[in-house]
Design a protein around this ligand. Structure first.
Ligand code: C2E
Ligand code: MG
Ligand code: MG
Length: 922
């Protein structure tokens, strides 16, 4: 066809001749419209014819014969999408494409563009008659803007040609039918029945025609039409069509063949089939063609096709032998599979990458089809996961079997996590659980997944997909970290943090189940001594042994923890219900066992070490309903046990609590007492039995507490000792007492001596003690021999060597030394001999039970007698303390004591009173 001769649009007569306007839809045309929509991948298509009326008064119209989802039946000239392609006087386009109607001023406001169905794209091929007249268009429409590939454009034109073929075939059939009818009309009296039969026959023929087979009486016409059909079919084949003879010469091809190879039709006619085959495949293809021609074996293979530029593309070639006029030919179709190959390669690479990633991350993929309840695992899942959940080979297993691999302790949790995900309660499923490992034992798995398919109608989950990883190492590390964080590294017992957790948990459980629990604080007695004297290694060993012994005293459900240093704690849960006494009994039972367990010496490095502990116990709920209170009260009870002489246990009591409270309050006030100048010294005279004269004074500490008034040392001195406060307080005593005695000595010209009490902590830092005494003496300008330091026996028993050296240095300064409260400890004669002691002060306990005392203790008198004899044999001075009555006075005088102190003579008095009463300053 030559566009130059094209007439457009055809006249009204031309279009009328086809008898197509205003007819019913016909499958032959509908099919073509659908085909166009399918091949050009558009949502709509239509076949229309242009109707220019003879009478200029009548409107021009575009009438739609076939529509695939296209809504309009007719369009006016102004509305026609194709009319702009028909320029006055110019050449009409064979193809007319508007990729974006909204971007085109001519169509932007078209009712089908701005309104439903909101067309956005238009492509049409002109329908042109044999006589080169443009009569209509095959058009596709879409609601999105888009382009069409050259192949699609070619096909649209080919389909438009096919419309023309069908139109002409239809016309011919009609003419034939009419002439047949007119033949019959020549019969004078056509029998009615005959006519009916003929009509049915003709309708059948028409139907046949509409089904693409033109049934013709005229062989010539049929031949022509068939050739045209074939030609059109070849044109629209979705591949490169070729027909070759036995010499490989190309006889026929379609536009896609030319487009694919890049050669012009003239070039192609010059070339041989094998010229289009890439060199590596040429020989194989030649062989295949040879067999095709010889045996009729069809060719069905992939081969590289080279284009004019020399580039090879992968093609799939399907060819078969046909015989025409006694000769063999080969017809075939080649499809460009570059895109498909590319996709395949991409898919393969993606899979390789995925496999690599899975292997690297040691992840397995699973895919659970809930309809069949089967689970598909990715390749190599057993190796990747180091697991061996089953001996059966394969990657697909029933869901129930997979669940059964799970550790019995994890299965319920795992199942409920899966149920929640399947029900859609959670979007992402996550679970950690155990399965059998490759090398025995259990390995930890972490699976995560999500629903990947569900039935939109019922909402049922159909498929879940996810990954599984072996997290055994991570779990082990976590457990190790947790162990380290919650254990005491030395004894491996739970540490304070874990104990707190457990106690909290235990209290919650006890509250819920209405049970009772006991909490114990255990403190080793004198552990510091062992640690300091035998070294930390021995101390550590001892702690380990103690930990083991304590742990052996409780049930496995109870907890023994080490809180640090020599402090342990025990949590006893689920104590028997009912009466509190029973609770106490079982806690008591454990405490008894623990005390007994530590009673046996512990052998470390060949040494037998003796240790003991003090235990404080609180019971839930009586002694506290929360962890903090229970711990505080067990602590109070523990201090009480310590103060009761160690190696015992105490249950918490409210009275104990009150004492502890008081202690606490005293401790906090004591810290400020020195600064607030709340201490004062009272002085008690020491009197000579021989002369009845005051030979000296003992300075006794008093604290004027801002709230409680004047306190004697028994209320606070042990607290000051425990907290170490006694050291600065003692230094204050030295300064105060030394100054006082120096002043009195100067005033009264009497040879007054001074006794000052010392506490054990003051001996720990001997240098500091020496310095303090030295500077106090200097400040008061006092002769050291005037002063006597009083120490108790107990103080002398500790750190014997060091203490001895310190006392010797003090003695060298000229200070006297007295053993206070003698008889209450265990001092032996030989031991006393080693010490630079001057005076022994008999413990008031002996004095209190002799003479006219209400409670008599006959042995005490003998005891005092023995002490006096021994002391005198050592040439030491004996002082009796606490003499309240004349009877005691006489008795002790007669027993041979040298001096005495006591209320019988005078109480300890404030300095001013003492001065007024006893020092004649005149
Ligand atoms: P201590 O050194 O044995 O002092 C004798 C205690 O017996 C004093 O109690 C004294 O008041 C009391 N006393 C004296 N005569 C009688 C009596 O006839 N009957 C009775 N029932 N008691 C009598 P105080 O003053 O309460 O001191 C108690 C303890 O406190 C002292 O016992 C001493 O160990 C310690 N202490 C006192 N002052 C100091 C001090 O400045 N430093 C240190 N480290 N300890 C001190
Ligand atoms: Mg004393
Ligand atoms: Mg005493």
């Amino acid at each position: 066809m030559n566009a130059r001769d094209l007439r457009h649009p055809a006249s009204h007569q031309t279009i009328e001749r086809f008898e197509i306007l205003d007819t019913q839809p016909e499958p032959a045309f509908d099919e073509l419209a659908q085909q166009a929509a399918l091949e050009l991948q558009t949502s709509m298509a239509a076949i229309s014819f242009f109707d220019p009326p003879d009478d200029p008064a009548l409107p021009w119209r575009e009438w739609f014969k076939a529509k695939s989802r296209f809504p309009a039946r007719t369009l006016s000239r102004g509305e026609s999408f194709f009319v702009p392609a028909l320029p006055d006087g110019g050449e009409p386009a064979r193809l007319f494409i508007i990729p974006d109607l909204l971007a085109d001023r001519r169509f932007r406001d078209h009712r089908l563009v701005s309104g439903p169905p909101h067309l956005c794209c238009y492509a049409a091929a002109a329908i042109i008659t044999q006589d080169n007249e443009l009569i209509g268009a095959l058009a596709v429409f879409d609601t999105v803007a888009r382009d069409f590939t050259p192949a699609q454009q070619t096909r649209l034109v080919a389909l438009a040609d096919l419309v023309r073929e069908r139109l002409e075939a239809r016309l011919h059939t009609r003419i034939e039918r009419r002439s047949a009818q007119s033949d019959y009309s020549d019969f004078t009296e056509p029998p009615e029945q005959h006519l009916q039969q003929m009509g049915a026959e003709l309708e059948r023929i028409e139907r046949l025609l509409e089904d693409e087979v033109v049934s013709r009486k005229s062989a010539e016409l049929q031949l022509r039409h068939e050739r045209e059909f074939a030609e059109a079919a070849i044109q629209i084949l979705p591949g490169a069509f070729f027909m070759i003879d036995v010499h490989g010469k190309l006889l026929r091809w379609n536009p896609l063949f030319a487009a694919g190879t890049g050669y012009s039709d003239a070039d192609i006619s010059e070339l041989r089939a094998l010229d289009f085959i890439a060199a590596p495949d040429r020989e194989a293809v030649a062989e295949a063609l040879r067999r095709l021609f010889e045996t009729g074996e069809p060719v069905n293979r992939e081969a590289g096709m080279v284009n004019k530029a020399g580039t090879a593309f992968p093609y799939h070639i399907h060819a078969q032998r046909v015989s025409l006029g006694g000769k063999h030919y080969c017809i075939g179709i080649g499809r460009d599979i570059a895109e498909q190959k590319h996709r395949e390669r991409e898919a393969r690479r993606a899979k390789e990458r995925l496999d690599l990633a899975l292997a690297g991350s040691r992840l397995a993929i699973w895919d659970w089809d809930l309809r069949s309840n089967t689970i598909h695992f990715s390749e190599g899942w057993r190796t990747l996961l180091d697991s061996r959940p089953t001996s059966e080979p394969g990657n697909v297993f029933p869901g129930d079997q997979v669940m059964a691999w799970t550790h019995p302790d994890d299965i319920e949790r795992f199942a409920s996590v899966l149920r929640a995900a399947v029900k859609g309660d959670v979007e992402d499923m996550q679970c950690e659980y155990r399965v059998p490992g490759n090398t025995g034992g259990w390995v930890w798995m972490h699976s995560s997944g999500r629903v990947t398919e569900f039935d939109a109608a019922t909402g049922r989950t159909l498929r879940m997909t996810g990954t599984t990883a072996n997290i055994t190492l991570r779990k082990a590390a976590e457990e190790r970290v947790e162990f380290l964080a919650t254990r005491d590294p030395l004894t491996k017992l739970p540490n304070r943090m874990l104990l707190n957790d457990r106690l909290e948990q235990a209290v919650a459980n006890a509250a819920r189940k209405q049970t009772r629990l006991a909490f114990m604080f255990i403190d080793l007695d004198r552990f510091k001594t062992i640690n300091d004297s035998l070294g930390h290694d021995v101390g550590d060993e001892l702690l380990k042994m103690v930990a083991a012994r304590l742990s052996a005293c409780v049930r496995s459900s109870d907890s023994v923890a080490r809180l640090g240093g020599d402090e342990f704690a025990v949590l006893l849960e689920n104590l028997p219900e009912t009466a509190t006494e029973i609770d106490h009994e079982s806690a008591q039972h454990v405490a008894d066992k623990m005390i007994a367990a530590l009673a046996a010496p512990i052998l470390i490095n060949g040494q037998h070490l003796n240790t003991s502990c003090s235990i404080g116990i609180s019971v839930y709920p009586g002694d506290g309903r929360d962890p903090a209170t229970l711990m505080k009260h067990a602590d109070v009870a523990m201090y009480d046990a310590k103060s009761k002489g160690r190696n015992n246990y105490q249950f918490f009591s409210q009275e104990m609590n009150a004492r502890a409270q008081e202690r606490l309050s005293i401790e906090s006030f004591l810290r400020l007492a020195l600064r607030r100048d709340e201490f004062e010294l009272h002085y008690q005279p020491r009197v000579s039995f021989l002369t009845g004269q005051i030979s000296g004074v003992e300075a006794l500490l008093r604290w004027r507490h801002p709230r409680r008034g004047l306190l004697t040392p028994d209320k606070f001195i042990h607290i000051a000792e425990d907290s170490g406060q006694i050291v600065p307080i003692g230094e204050w005593v030295f300064e105060q007492a030394f100054r006082q005695i120096a002043e009195w000595r100067a005033k009264s010209a009497r040879d007054l001596r001074l006794a000052v009490n010392l506490s054990a902590p003051q001996l720990y830092d001997g240098e500091r003690l020496l310095r303090a005494i030295g500077s106090a003496l200097a400040a008061a300008n006092l002769d050291p021999t005037v002063v006597e330091l009083e120490l108790t026996e107990r103080m002398l028993l500790k750190h014997v060597d060091e203490t001895l050296r310190l006392l010797e240095r003090l003695g060298k300064l000229g200070l006297g030394l007295a053993i206070d409260d003698f008889g209450s400890g265990y001092s032996s004669l030989s031991y006393l001999r080693q010490l630079p002691v001057d005076t022994i002060k008999v413990d008031t306990a002996f004095v209190r039970t002799i003479g006219d005392a209400p409670v008599q203790h006959p042995g005490d008198e003998a005891m005092i007698r023995a002490i006096v004899a021994m002391t005198h044999s050592l040439k030491l001075n004996v002082v009796a303390e606490g003499i309240e009555t004349e009877a005691q006075y006489r008795l002790l005088r007669d027993l041979g004591c040298d001096e005495y102190q006591g209320w019988f003579f005078a109480k300890a008095l404030p300095a001013a009173e003492f001065e007024a009463e006893f020092l004649d300053t005149q």
